[in-house]
Ligand binder design. Structure first.
Ligand code: AMP
Ligand code: TRP
Length: 348
């Protein structure tokens, strides 16, 4: 890949992150992303959060469901504590700068970079890649455009997005290098906390995902208290009690996952959870975890369904967010056109 360009940190701190509205939000999204989005906002940093509907259609989405899921995700963000006055909250397709910059980046990034993405490899494993959409292949280029259209310096995400963010850095470096300008920041991923990788409740070696065919594998932010409790009670575990040190969880992915979820929900270190529950059977630990999850998630679920009663208000919030996002991204992308050598006489 390209030579790194030394970039002095001249870019003001700005956070950007995105979530695909390709299904309901899961506990993985909440702990790995959303909860931390709220923390960043509450620290007073400038925060831009995007429902990436254009990423969602890289695989088939039923139009009516996509619209519904986008509103539901917006409701989930607000219910979880995103304040649309303090954060910018919008859906990607309303701000055309994303698609425009993605095209430029398609011409900066190399095919080989995309082919090496593990998410691409995973999604096409055992399938005929020839039948996947071109958009799925170029997905990381659009993701880099999302981030760099705002010159975002920090991106909070779960562990699975690390490689995509490295590619975003490579694109920024190659653009800066090719056009000999220190234009884009070299964005830092922010992957922190006990739950950067929440695993399936049915298989502790697989990521909890909104696209898993088994609903038992995940907690949805729309699940009611009974469902949440039932899913945790039925979660896969091993017959051993909880160990008395964190090392004892090393080869026990299912147990480790439940401890990490508890820690993230309770804002505790996993070590502290182990200290509290050393020697406990799952018959004790699982109900405690279920109670904690219900206590933390129920208020969000309730608020989400209240917000969903008024879809017009959600659309209004997304529209207002899009206006504010556009005000930042438009001038940046216009400068990019100029740097690249495109005539833009209609805009002078
Ligand atoms: P996605 O649902 O794939 O659009 O992911 C949106 C955000 O949630 C990204 O920052 C992901 O890294 C994060 N995320 C998704 N699933 C998980 C998971 N199982 N554990 C932790 N973070 C996750
Ligand atoms: N690819 C991310 C995911 O599936 C979603 C995403 C799109 C994103 N654009 C982004 C995340 C920009 C962070 C920043 O989780």
């Amino acid at each position: 890949m390209s030579e790194p360009v030394q970039t002095p940190q001249t870019f003001p701190t700005r956070i950007f992150s995105g979530i695909q509205p390709s299904g309901g939000l899961t506990l993985g999204n909440y702990l790995g992303a959303l909860k931390r989005f709220v923390q960043k906002q509450d620290e007073g940093i400038e925060t831009v959060y995007c429902l990436v509907d254009m990423h969602a259609i890289t695989v088939w989405q039923d139009p009516a469901r996509l619209r519904q899921q986008t509103r539901e995700a917006a409701a989930g963000f607000i219910a979880a504590g995103i304040d649309p006055k303090r954060s910018i909250l919008f859906n990607q397709s309303q701000v055309t700068a994303h698609a425009e910059l993605a095209w430029i980046f398609n011409c900066v990034a190399r095919m080989g970079w995309m082919s090496r993405m593990t998410q691409w490899k995973d999604k096409t494993a055992g399938k005929n890649a020839e039948t996947e959409s071109l958009g799925l292949f170029a997905y990381p280029s659009l993701m880099a455009a999302d981030i760099l259209a705002y010159k975002a310096t920090h991106v909070p995400v779960g562990e699975d997005q690390k490689q995509h963010l490295e590619l975003c850095r490579d694109i920024a470096m190659k653009f800066n290098h090719d056009y000999k300008i220190n234009f884009f920041p070299i964005t830092e991923p922010v992957i922190e906390g006990a739950a950067t990788r929440v695993m399936s409740l049915r298989d502790g070696t697989k990521k909890m995902s909104k696209s898993d065919p088994s609903d038992q594998s995940r907690i949805n932010l729309t699940d009611d208290a009974d469902t949440i409790a039932k899913k945790f009670r039925k979660a896969k575990t091993d017959p051993e009690p909880l160990p008395d040190t964190i090392d004892g969880l090393k080869d026990r992915p299912d147990a480790r996952n439940l401890v990490n979820i508890y820690a993230a929900l309770a804002d505790m270190a996993p070590e502290a959870v182990i200290t509290q529950y050393a020697g406990a059977q799952f018959g004790t630990f699982k109900p405690a975890l279920a109670d904690l999850a219900v206590a933390k998630l129920s208020p969000i679920t309730t608020e989400m369904s209240r917000l969903m009663q008024d879809p017009a208000e959600i659309d209004r919030i997304l529209g207002e967010g899009a206006d504010r996002a556009d005000a930042i991204a438009r001038p940046i992308v216009d400068q990019v056109y100029d740097i690249v050598g495109m005539i833009r006489s209609r805009h002078v």
